[in-house]
Design a protein around this ligand. Structure first.
Ligand SMILES: [Zn+2]
Length: 249
């Protein structure tokens, strides 16, 4: 059961499945994601509980078990710092700035991002091979249905600040992944897109979902719940995204 009211707080505006994390929007404070071990990938990798379940479902849907390997999931601040440091040593500052997020600015620290590799004898940990054809191509086609987007593309490099990363997927949830994919937007563009007007989408099962943007006013606020089934996520850029599924839960 959802609580009977929306509770907008400063801390809430900085967490949730739709938060923007990049060099202009670093993580603020500890997130404490609800992590579970990732199935079928490299050992000791963890992901947010819902993201892990949906990733597993997407991989099974394309019969990719054993071929699509999650190679990197959640990272602590210390792990991100270690990756940054070793990339600087091994590859230099230019490569590192293009492909490695600064500690505190990595989506991997949210538990919502995962790097996927096509199974091979040698896998590049920083830039794994995840092609556009075969089973990986099929995964790309269904990813949005399971709430995942390819986060860094060539076209949006000026907005994301990260070079194209065909292997890096971010869980944003359903229906947001489909809205972003269909509108050709990156996550940086999503709050402004929703600020223009609420978006209504129809899911594959016919259910309607309304998505709207609520700015964080700086004052803790309570509002009546918008229905039986809803979700509120912070954006980490000064607001919230409210998702309301119409009809009974
Ligand atoms: Zn990644």
């Amino acid at each position: 059961m959802r609580p009977a009211e929306l509770h907008l707080t400063a801390a809430g505006a900085r967490k949730g499945s739709l938060i923007l994390v990049n060099r202009d929007h670093p993580l603020q404070g500890e997130l404490f994601p609800d992590l579970v071990p990732l199935q079928g990938g490299w050992p000791d990798q963890h992901l947010d509980r819902t993201a892990a379940r949906m990733l597993d479902a997407a991989i099974r849907a394309v019969q990719g078990t054993g071929q699509i390997l999650p190679v990197s999931g959640w990272r602590s601040q210390d792990e991100q710092q270690a990756i940054w440091n070793s990339s600087l040593t091994d590859h230099g500052p230019d490569f590192t700035a293009r492909y490695v997020a600064r500690p505190g600015c990595s989506e991997h620290q949210t538990g919502l991002a995962v790097d996927l590799a096509l199974c091979a004898e040698h896998i590049d940990f920083i830039r794994p091979e995840f092609p556009y054809d075969g089973v990986c191509g099929t995964f790309r086609k269904v990813a949005a249905r399971y709430g995942f987007i390819q986060r860094y593309t060539e076209e949006k490099q000026d907005k994301t600040g990260i070079a194209a990363e065909p292997w890096h997927f971010r869980y944003v949830g359903v229906p947001h992944a489909a809205i972003l994919t269909e509108a050709g937007l990156c996550l940086e563009e999503y709050p402004a897109f929703l600020r223009q007007a609420p978006r209504v989408v129809r899911l594959e099962n016919g259910r309607r979902v309304q998505v709207s943007y609520l700015p964080w006013t700086g004052t803790e606020t309570r509002r009546p719940a918008p229905g039986a089934c809803w979700q509120l996520s912070g954006t980490n850029e000064g607001g919230f995204i409210l998702t309301v599924w119409e009809g009974e839960a």
